[in-house]
Design a protein around this ligand. Structure first.
Ligand code: ZN
Ligand code: ZN
Length: 244
């Protein structure tokens, strides 16, 4: 299984960066996780529109969805003959979900569906499970397995929900690490780098990728803070592909 970082920043990206998005690939299955500002452009550098299997949206905050409205046009122009692209998003009463609805033009290419948070979902040999996180907007972490390797993505979360059982034993944990302890910033529903590392340590994962950085978070400090708790930690690098 491969995962490519399309964007790692929130709530806005610094020059040249992008907000959260990941491409997960295994044996012909290509899943996009979240679609923040700047990610759809980068997606096209990694996979053909016709080969995208589905999009999974963790929650409806705009830093995770802003680019997804344009998918209908991407599909119409670059994959006009394909089946509609399934976009799975939490079925919650948030008017921002409307942003993901295709227009009458785009309905031929996009099918907006509820994120199957209770039962999980399979795309061929790739199975995805969900767990509710600690975040002001209803948000779900994802556990993705292809039968041999397992990736867990926390999406946005604070420490009010213990995701360690859900992430247990993963080959790679991608955990949000919006702030570092040193600069004194903290916001409810987000983690410090040391908290992401503590989650990795308790879950017994093999490796940790830190992501969802504030543009004002010093990334080297985030890595150092995390490594003091969990040595196999590193900052996610945009447009880098990782072997899970
Ligand atoms: Zn959020
Ligand atoms: Zn976010």
């Amino acid at each position: 299984m491969l995962v490519t970082v399309l964007g790692r920043y929130s709530p806005y990206a610094p020059a040249g960066g992008a907000c959260p998005g990941f491409l997960v690939q295994s044996g012909g299955v290509n899943l996009m996780l979240d679609g923040g500002n700047g990610t759809v452009s980068r997606l096209q550098q990694q996979v053909a529109a016709a080969d995208l299997t589905a999009v999974l949206v963790s929650h409806l905050h705009p830093d995770h969805t802003a680019d997804l409205h344009s998918l209908q046009y991407l599909m119409a122009h670059q994959a006009p003959d394909r089946e509609p692209l399934p976009v799975y998003a939490p079925d919650v009463a948030n008017p921002d979900r409307h942003w993901l609805e295709p227009t009458s033009f785009g309905a031929r290419w996009i099918r907006l569906l509820p994120l199957p948070v209770d039962e999980g979902i399979a795309f061929g040999h790739v199975r995805v499970f969900f767990a509710r996180t600690d975040h002001p907007e209803p948000c779900w972490a994802m556990r993705i397995t292809d039968g041999s390797r397992t990736l867990v993505y926390t999406a946005d979360t604070g420490t009010g929900v213990d995701l360690a059982p859900f992430a247990a034993g993963a080959d790679l944990l991608i955990a949000e690490s919006t702030f570092v302890a040193a600069n004194g910033q903290r916001r409810k529903g987000h983690m410090l780098a040391a908290e992401a590392a503590d989650l990795a340590r308790r879950a017994g994962v093999k490796r940790l990728l830190l992501t969802h950085f504030s543009p004002h978070t010093p990334i080297a400090e985030a890595e150092a803070e995390a490594r003091a708790v969990f040595p196999a930690a590193e900052a996610a690098v945009e447009l880098r592909t990782y072997l899970v």
